[in-house]
Design a protein around this ligand. Sequence first.
Ligand code: 1CP
Length: 355
Amino acid sequence: MAELKNDRYLRALLKQPVDQTPVWMMRQAGRYLPEYRELRAKAGDFMSLCRDADFACEVTLQPLRRYDLDAAILFSDILTIPDAMGLGLRFETGEGPVFDRPITCLRDVEKIGIPDPEDELGYVMNAVRTIRKGLNGDVPLIGFSGSPWTLATYMVEGGTSKAFTKIKKMAFAEPQTLHLLLDKLADSVISYLNAQVAAGAQSLMIFDTWGGILSPRDYREFSLRYMAKIVDGLTRENEGRRVPVTLFTKNGGQWIEEIAATGCDAVGLDWTIDISDAKARVGDKVALQGNMDPSMLYASPERIQQEVQHILEQYGHDNTGHVFNLGHGIHLDVPPENAGTFIKAVNELSRPFHK
Ligand code: 1CP
């Protein structure tokens, strides 16, 4: 395998010194890029892009050709696991993901098995192997999964939700059913992520997009506990290097001590917490990723630069431990040149902080 030419992202996650703050963007491949829209039209739909290793590789590399990014992220989706469990995933235009056979009761949960990552999910592993070759050691490749709680919200709600009444009804009226589902999901995520590492992923990220809709007690019981189980089960070293793990709970700023205590290497932050506050609370234990509001990319170049400078100052002169990112995925109507302004600003403005 080609030697890694730029390992800033891996080094910062492990709190080793770096010459500038590494940067990548959540959802950096996607609809805000015209070249993505073109390829998706050619593939037909989103899942056809994911299932074809050459398409998935091409889409992963598209943002890296435009911008000086320090990491690539596997082009896939968190909903591949529920799809492999037989729930029948469709992406309806304008409607987001929909499951034909959502989980409604204990019997549904009992029926589902742990997908074999090299069989039902073999297309994802093929994509990882193809992307690793395509990257040719330029930057590390991030593998990822949804958290069990976040996956369960889609599986029980049957798609995207606003009020989350079905999953909360299950959590509070039938907790054993939900725990059985979350436990099966945790086992599935462990085997899926370990297979991604074996296929070539050099770092792992778990997206807990919906953990932040829970009370602190329920967050611990239904989300954090299962992410901790996953962290315990992951391969943490491969190809002679540590494979860093980042946990991201959107709206999880109040729980970062507990998230850091899982043994993860880094905690992802949205924009509702000051990174200086996060650093004071957990900076001795973990690296931090974040935390610019993705809507800042609608602003003028001067305003974007000012915000980058502000976040860098908040993190301070520490040489390592910060991976710059948006606090959530880039919006689909952001002009690509604004993303360029953002990435250039991190690359240039962060250097004085690493002297
Ligand atoms: O129409 C299209 O072309 C599909 C849009 C799209 C894309 C580009 C979807 C459907 N998924 C993806 C790719 C994707 N999703 C990636 C890889 C690309 C990259 O980051 O560059 C990743 C990491 C995800 C992760 C993902 N999918 C999350 C967790 C992160 C987050 O943004 O919160 C979630 C919640 C999903 C579900 C999902 N998949 C797609 C959509 C539109 C959604 C969100 C639905 C909702 O709002 O509930």
